[in-house]
Every structure is written in C-alpha cells, then in structure tokens.
Ligand binder design. Structure first.
Ligand code: SF4
Length: 312
C-alpha cells in the first residue's frame, strides 16, 4: 500500500486506483483538490455523478450534507469525507427535530416541503422534493398548486425562487454565513471600481445584493454565463473557491472576488477543512465514513430521486 511520499498527488492517484474510487469535488474546494478530482461541480452536478458512478468508493470533497447525499443514493458504496467536521451553517440552521416539530404544530397547513439540498439526511427524509440552486425554479414550478409550500432552510434562495416563479412559499429562516457577508455597500464599491464588469451573484445572497447583480445563478450556470457574455471581466459574488474554477475554465477573462465589508476573501471555513493530506488518509483508511440509519436513508432517497427525475 502506498505511503505518504514526496508526491502526495501521485500517492492519492495510486490509492484511488487501488480502491476503485472516484473523487468528487465541489466548486468551493481548494484548487489542489479541484485539480485532482474526477469531477468538479455544484450540488446538482455532483448528485448526478454520485448517482451514476460505478466506483466502489466515493471520496467526497465537499461538506457533510453533500457526502450524505452521495451515500443516500449509493447505500452499498463506501462514501468518505476527508474531514467529518466539514459541516454547513445553512444545514445546521434547520435541525430535523425542529422541522418535525414545526410540521406537527402546523399540521393544518398540510405543507408540501421543498428542501434545498443544503440540509441533513434527517431533513431530506421529512421533505417531498429536494432542489439545488440550479433547478429550484424549475422544480418549484412543478409543485402541486393546491398545497401550501414550506421552503427550507435558506430564506434568501427561497425569496429569489418566489420572485422567479410567483409561487408564494413559507420560508424557514436559515442562511449561509458566507453569502450573507456580502453587502450592498461593498458591491456598490466594487462596481464603481469595475463599471464594465457584470456582477454575478449566487441566490444565497441577500435581496439587497441580488438587486445589484446582472445575473443571479448557481455556480454551474456562472461558468456558462461568463463564457458566453462578451465582457472581459466579472465580479463574482460567491464563495472564493469558485474563482479558481472560472479562471481554469475561462482563461482569457478576469474574475474579481466580490468583496464583503471586511475583505475580498469569502471563504467557507467548512469547505476549506478538506486538504490533500486528509483526502489521502481518507482513501488509505476508508475513514471517516458516512453512515446513515437505513430508515432515514430510505426516506431521504425518495425526494432526491424525485429531484433527479424532475430536473433531467
Ligand atoms: S458556503 Fe455556506 S451553504 Fe455552502 S457549505 Fe459553506 S456554509 Fe454551507
């Protein structure tokens, strides 16, 4: 079995072959991991990759709920997450027991629960359908017209989807601690500095920031938008890892980090917990492994499969 050597990347590649593993990485991962991964994408792309892989091991470089999603659709595969503490403030803002209590308390509403994929397996198990920022508009448009909708856990994404679809929804009051750091004042300042650069923002940003954006979209759509748009420079208002993917895939253009009031470095501390060393150890030891009780996994799989069908 290979040991940690001078060339960590080569060691990881050898382990990957030995384990018959696939490395899936989110757009917000550090550049070393993005460059080594078999697939880099947003939550939707990663869900499709996880659902179709025939590898025996999935090394998921992202945060906990993403690795859980991979496990939910692959109960017989080993799914490892390089750092088990890589959580998500948004997912944590909607604990499954609180959601369950809320649904019981408001049983008269007979809610159709739409959950953004950034939530735990327990929350997915209580939901009717899952969405990502890339397919939320499409899926909300298919929700039964005679049902009240509860959208969890991101109130900003939910508000954006309501603007786009006209569909009234009750919103859980959760948010992503990274995206709410972007402010109207900070975006106005960078726009004054780069007046010709379109502002491209993620829908997890607040309404005040979204209103200043030329395009509001998922990280995957950001790639197409910036490729097709004639501008030579863009202000990117999302987690900083996205800049690496944009620069790699669109080398002739300039990408400016959307600033917060404090800095121009919107890093998600959870996403950045994964490192090459931890990825190496995860492949070597097949730990930390994602384990989900079968009763929750089976219930959580239904709304994920519904999403994959509806957004195909
Ligand atoms: S960027 Fe926000 S939503 Fe994404 S993993 Fe980090 S805390 Fe969660």
């Amino acid at each position: 079995m290979p040991t940690l050597g001078v060339d960590l990347v080569e060691d990881i590649r050898a382990l990957k072959r030995e384990r018959n593993a696939v490395i899936l990485a989110h757009n917000y991962q550090v550049k070393e991991i993005q460059e080594l991964a078999d697939f880099v994408g947003d939550s939707l792309g990663l869900s499709y990759q996880a659902a179709k892989t025939d590898a025996e091991v999935i090394a998921f470089c992202g945060v906990h709920f993403m690795a859980e999603t991979a496990k939910i659709v692959n109960p017989n595969k080993t799914v490892v997450l390089p750092d088990l503490d890589a959580g998500c403030s948004l997912s944590e803002s909607c604990p499954a027991d609180k959601l369950e209590a809320y649904l019981k308390e408001h049983a008269e509403k007979n809610y159709y629960v739409i959950a953004y994929i950034n939530c735990s397996a327990g929350v997915k198990a209580l939901s009717d359908v899952i969405v990502t920022s890339g397919n939320a508009v499409k899926i909300v448009n298919t929700a039964p017209k005679d049902r009240n909708i509860l959208f969890v856990p991101d109130q900003n994404l939910g508000a954006w989807v309501t603007e786009k679809t006209g569909r009234k929804m009750d919103l859980w009051r959760g948010n992503c601690y990274v995206h709410v750091e972007f402010t109207r004042q900070a975006i106005e300042r960078i726009h004054a500095e780069w007046p010709d650069a379109p502002v491209v923002a993620h829908p997890e940003c607040t309404a005040a920031v979204r209103m200043l954006a030329d395009e509001v979209c998922s990280t995957e759509r950001m790639i197409t938008f910036c490729k097709e748009h004639p501008a030579k420079a863009f202000v990117i208002v999302t987690e900083s890892g996205m800049l690496h993917r944009l620069r790699r895939e669109i080398p002739g253009k300039e990408f400016i980090a959307g600033p917060t009031d404090k800095c121009a470095c919107a890093d998600c501390r959870f996403m950045k917990m994964n490192t090459l060393e931890k990825l190496h150890d995860a492949l070597l030891n097949l730990q930390p492994e994602i384990i989900i009780p079968e009763s929750i996994r089976a219930r959580a799989e239904l709304p994920i499969r519904r999403m994959l069908e509806l957004s195909a």
